[in-house]
Design a binder for this molecule. Sequence first.
Ligand code: LRH
Ligand code: MN
Length: 397
Amino acid sequence: MAQSESTQFDLAVRALDGFQIEIPSWGFANTGTRFGKFNQAQAAHTIEEKFADAAQVNHLTGVTPSLALHVLWDLPNGVKDVPEVKALEKRFGIRAGAINPNLFQDQQYKFGSLCNPSAEIRRQAMDHMLDSIEIGKQLNSRDISLWMADGSNYPGSQSIRKRIAWLEEALVACHAKLSPAQRLLIEYKPFEPAFYHTDIADWGMSSHLARLAGPQARVLVDTGHHYTAQNIEQIVAWLLHTGLLGGFHFNDRRYADDDLTLGSIDPYQVFRIFFELHSGIAEGLGNDLAFMVDQSHNLKGKMEAMIQTVVTAQELWVKAALVDREKLAAFQQSCDIVGAEELYRGAFWTDVRPLTAAWRESHGLQADPLAALKASGYVESISRERAKYGSGVTSYA
Ligand code: LRH
Ligand code: MN
């Protein structure tokens, strides 16, 4: 017997009441690929403009109260920029979210940062990590979200095991500097910009480093950081089971780390991940997970893309919450494959947009945030304001 409307509504409301997602400051800035950047008049160039755009997304969706920051892009003067960020938090009602160190753009990091053969360069990288941890402390931001580009391009050109030892030493030292409220999220990526080996290439390496670093270290799963053949929801199930799952960078891809908008290529992939999360959370696993968007909006309008992403994430989160896990467990126990699949996939087929629209209206929000953005004229007004920057770009993000 299909789920009653009221049951679906209750499940949807509970799921949406508990759903928040952090948005990245770099999602509002001019970004591109090595083949070019296509500037947008609406693009944010300053940390103030990034907070303003984040506030507008939160104003229209109600579920994005924090903004992830990338240290060198958003706090180029390090801790000295903390007072300005605190003032922006107050002014725009948006919290500073995860602090992302930049260990990949400076010239000295050509052969790595925390894994660089040069002890002097490893120390410089460690200094940046300690600055980032201090910034996190002063901003009362919980997560230090570490991604490193470290790796090599040619077999034999670097000692893979020496680099592991340097990395272990560095992350243990970083963990020791965390305040009791802070966490170290360790993000893995199989390749790019390194194309032979990447020092933190998969969830196993990230898990080992998190366990070794200490109890406040966790694994961060960027959905774009997997080979297309990999079963990401199985990795999520393992990380829930082992207690090492810290959070996510959500985006979508057709081939590699394409950083496309969530659910634009394979919404069923996100549904399958969200289902593992709902079932884990229902069993007390994975509470305090960090949900974050990590995308670069090279062609779509920055504001539209961000709001579309948040709305899609809500819809897929509700779809996955509609799976009757008790009934599914019975089908799984009796190995009734088709019964299980029809129940599981049936939730994915459900059009939940009326449910999410009703939830928004019951929270004083517009039913359709994308339409509300259009009606607000926000993009036109920031494009006029930011015309002063002309076509020159400032930096990567
Ligand atoms: C690396 C990554 C990482 C960020 C960057 C913007 O590909 O996913 O999380 O530092 O994108
Ligand atoms: Mn990422």
